[in-house]
Each structure stands twice: as structure tokens, then as C-alpha cells.
Design a binder for this molecule. Structure first.
Ligand code: MN
Ligand code: MN
Length: 285
């Protein structure tokens, strides 16, 4: 990997270390998740980087893709299993990581399983290792704790301005022979006491630029423009848009109807099992 690219990754990682430290004091009982997400995003900018997507704060059986809505009243309750997923980028080079907290508790068996599986996977990652070898370590470690991996959620490669590049690295055992090369990858472990599958659910709070299309509403045109310029074709959310709440849903619907943007619905464990997540990015070399 070129020196300049590596420097961007190092800067993004450095910022993410500081943001994680800062976040630890925030994820507490009775805290509003809107306050947590907004203060983390503000901190990222203050430290000279940008959020690669809205901070995801997903609770209990919600595995991913929840980010606070405009005026979101949700607060953290005791025993809630809270996953905080952040992407921090410098010039498009993204550091992707996530951790889970059980509110009011030191830890939780699901958290321990997710962190152990992440550590075991990181230990074996090197150039030439096959995707199936990483997945096997993840599933075996999770099974030792008596839990299930979420089979349809995956780790992944990272490329400039691409938060989900090949290869996909599933949490469940498979036969994928693809070898990891000199690249940035995120190992992303999801553990549940449920069946181990997520499904699309409601609401949808995260969107991303797909392609230029003509749209009628001026607000829709404004969102499409921002998705390219301000958000650099990376994921964004409603509370970032500064558009009248009365027009926002209609504008987003128009953009979805003409296939101008992607949408990322909230992902829930299909048997409503509790979910913990542990994720880290690593530069393989
Ligand atoms: Mn992530
Ligand atoms: Mn990820």
C-alpha cells in the first residue's frame, strides 16, 4: 500500500481511538442516543476527520443500521445491549469499528463472545489467508460460548470512499476460497442468542447516493446534490439534511422511486434474539 494512503488510514485510526475514548463516558443509562450520535459526529470533525456514515446506535435485537432520527426521543435503559458502530474517514480512507455496551453492567456474555471471536480472527489475518479460514475461527469461538453467529452479516474489504468492498467475510462457516491480500479489511463479528439471521425491518434512516436521475421536488434535487458533494457518495441520514421535516420523507421517497439513492433499513435478528457486535479494521500486509 502506498505511503500516502497508509497515512490517511493511520490518521483515521488515530481519530477513531480518540472518539472511542470520548464515547465511553457517553453511553450510559438515561442518555439520549441522539445526543450521543451528534456529539460523536461533532468530535470526529473537531479531530480533523469526517464520519463515513451516521453513527449507528442499535439496541438489543436490532443488529445494525439504526441511527437517531430527527428529534429522536430514545434514551438508554438499564440492561440494554447497545452497539455503537462508527466509520471515520480521511480523504475517503475509512476506519470502521464497533463495540457493544450493556447499560449498567460491566459486560455481558454476548459481548465477551463477540470480542473473543474478533481477537481470534485478527490473530490469524495475514496475506494469503482464505475467507473461509477466518469465518471458521469466528463461528467456532462463538459456539464455544454457546451462541450463534449472525450468518447473513459479514466483515468486508474497505476501499477509498467504499465502505463495503470485496471480499465479504461471513460470520458463519463457508467454503469461500478467496485469499486476503495487501488491503484494508474490517473483521465484523455479530453474536446472538437467537437463530442467527437478520431481516430488513423498520424504520429506514440511512441512505446513500446511487446515480443521477431527474426528480420533481426541489428538496429531492437538493438531497441528491448533497449526497454527492457534502456526503461524498457515502451514507447519510435525515438529521444531516437541513430540510423541512414536512418535505423530507416525500423527497426521499421520490429519490428511491427513481432509483437515485440506496436505502439501508434497520436490520433485526429474526427471532428477536439479543445481538452483540465487535468490529475492527486492519491493514493486511
Ligand atoms: Mn461498522
Ligand atoms: Mn463494517
Amino acid at each position: 500500500m502506498e505511503k500516502e494512503i497508509l497515512e490517511n488510514y493511520h490518521k483515521a485510526k488515530e481519530v477513531s481511538d480518540k472518539v472511542i475514548e470520548f464515547t465511553k463516558g457517553l453511553v450510559k443509562e438515561n442518555k439520549k442516543i441522539l445526543t450521543i450520535a451528534e456529539s460523536m459526529e461533532k468530535k470526529i470533525f473537531e479531530l480533523g476527520a469526517k464520519p463515513a456514515w451516521p453513527i449507528n446506535i442499535s439496541i438489543n435485537e436490532v443488529a445494525a443500521h439504526y441511527t437517531p432520527d430527527m428529534n429522536d426521543p430514545l434514551t438508554l435503559k438499564v440492561n440494554a445491549l447497545v452497539k455503537v458502530d462508527m466509520g471515520i474517514h480521511v480523504n475517503g480512507y475509512i476506519w470502521d469499528r464497533a463495540f457493544t455496551v450493556c447499560i449498567g453492567k460491566e459486560s455481558h456474555p454476548l459481548i465477551q463472545a463477540s470480542e473473543k471471536a474478533l481477537q481470534e480472527a485478527l490473530k490469524i489475518v495475514k496475506p494469503g489467508i482464505k475467507v473461509c479460514e477466518i469465518s471458521e475461527v469466528i463461528e467456532n469461538t462463538i459456539k464455544e460460548f454457546g451462541f450463534n453467529p449472525i450468518r447473513n452479516l459479514c466483515g468486508h474489504g474497505l476501499e477509498q470512499y467504499n465502505q463495503h468492498a470485496p471480499p465479504s467475510i461471513p460470520n458463519g462457516k463457508n467454503t469461500i476460497q478467496t485469499e486476503i491480500k495487501d488491503q484494508a479489511i474490517a473483521i465484523e463479528v455479530f453474536v446472538t442468542n437467537g437463530a442467527g439471521l437478520v431481516k430488513d425491518s423498520f424504520p429506514t434512516l440511512i441512505f446513500k447516493y446511487k446515480q443521477d436521475k431527474p426528480v420533481r421536488l426541489p428538496e429531492a434535487r437538493k438531497i441528491l446534490e448533497k449526497s454527492k458533494t457534502e456526503f461524498e457518495k457515502l451514507p447519510f441520514t435525515k438529521r444531516w439534511l437541513n430540510i423541512s421535516p414536512f418535505k423530507i420523507d416525500l423527497a426521499l421517497k421520490q429519490l428511491l422511486d427513481v432509483d437515485a439513492i440506496f436505502d439501508y433499513p434497520v436490520l433485526k435478528e429474526e427471532t428477536n434474539g439479543l445481538v452483540a457486535q465487535a468490529e475492527e479494521t486492519t491493514i493486511v500486509k
